[in-house]
Design a protein around this ligand. Structure first.
Ligand code: PXL
Length: 280
């Protein structure tokens, strides 16, 4: 058996509620990868829960570079670098330094430009952060924006978000920077009651779509679940179209399972019971 692919996972750790690192780690481990975690922040809970004066937020910006300096000393090498929610302009710029330090010719760099959802940037996201995220995303091999984030990256109003294959193809092409990077846009709906993703594979130039039944409700953390399954499949050597279809299918099944169980939607999706399916 060959050595597990090595992934640098750069996300926050939200203690309560499934998102970011509490989704990324179990999914990538179940899919046979070794993760090294670079934490951007520790929060008592993800920010989709109602605000509370007791909410804790520990900013770990100052620990990031010293942490990876130690990794260098230990001889760390990565097959993939995967970043998600970042808390400040400084963190976004630090990520670019991380890429320049650890990227090798065959390292897959996945930047999930976590900036907002449902047409709005997250409360913590300033226009300057959106602009800097664009610079970070420009260095990625693959980006996975939802429609809100795609609009922010393209500096288009959310009202201009595409529906239908042709309009989505145009946004995919614009986001691909002349086909030099692969793009997966999530939240793309091609028919009422369906939702999924559209992708452009820079290897072939092919545009493809994957759809699944839309499960009603807003579930935090599904973007993280999607991108983690996608990366796990790519690290198994699957092509982007297949990886994207598997991620769409898995997220839909987890959301349906959550509704069946009737657990609070804000807690995120009940993926744990289905994790075994990702092992093959
Ligand atoms: O899933 C994206 C995400 C990551 N990290 C934190 C969040 C969210 C979404 O709400 O609050 C802290």
């Amino acid at each position: 058996m060959k050595q597990a692919p090595q992934v640098a996972a750069i996300h926050d750790l939200s203690g309560y509620g499934r998102c970011s690192m509490t989704v990324v780690l179990p999914v990538l481990s179940a899919m046979g990868n070794r993760c090294s975690t670079l934490l951007t922040a520790y929060l008592s809970a993800h920010t989709a829960y109602p605000p509370s004066p007791r909410a804790q937020f520990l900013d770990l910006t100052g620990r990031m570079e010293p942490t990876w300096t130690h990794w260098k000393e230990l001889g760390a090498r990565f097959d993939a670098i995967y970043s998600g929610f970042l808390g400040s302009v400084q963190q976004i710029d630090l990520l670019r330094t991380f890429l320049h330090t650890f990227r090798r010719a065959d390292t897959l760099v996945l930047v999930d430009p976590v900036m907002g959802d449902h047409g709005k940037p997250y409360a913590t996201y300033t226009p300057e952060m959106c602009q800097r995220m664009g610079l970070l995303a420009a260095e990625a091999d693959l980006i996975t924006p939802n429609l809100t984030e795609a609009a922010l990256l393209l500096e288009e109003p959310y009202s201009a978000a595409p529906s239908g294959k042709e309009a989505t193809r145009r946004w995919l092409e614009r986001l691909s920077r002349d086909g030099t990077r692969s793009v997966v846009i999530t939240g793309v709906s091609l028919a009422p009651g369906q939702v999924g993703a559209g992708c452009l594979d820079r290897e072939t130039g092919a545009v493809s779509f994957a759809q699944a039944p839309e499960i009603p409700g807003h579930f935090p953390g599904t973007g993280d679940l999607f991108a983690s399954v996608l990366l796990g499949e790519l690290l198994r050597g699957k092509i982007l179209e297949h990886a994207s279809a598997r991620a769409v299918d898995f997220v839909e099944r987890c959301a349906a399972h959550t509704l069946d169980l009737g657990t609070p939607l804000l807690d995120g999706v009940e993926f744990e019971g289905l994790l075994g399916e990702l092992m093959a």
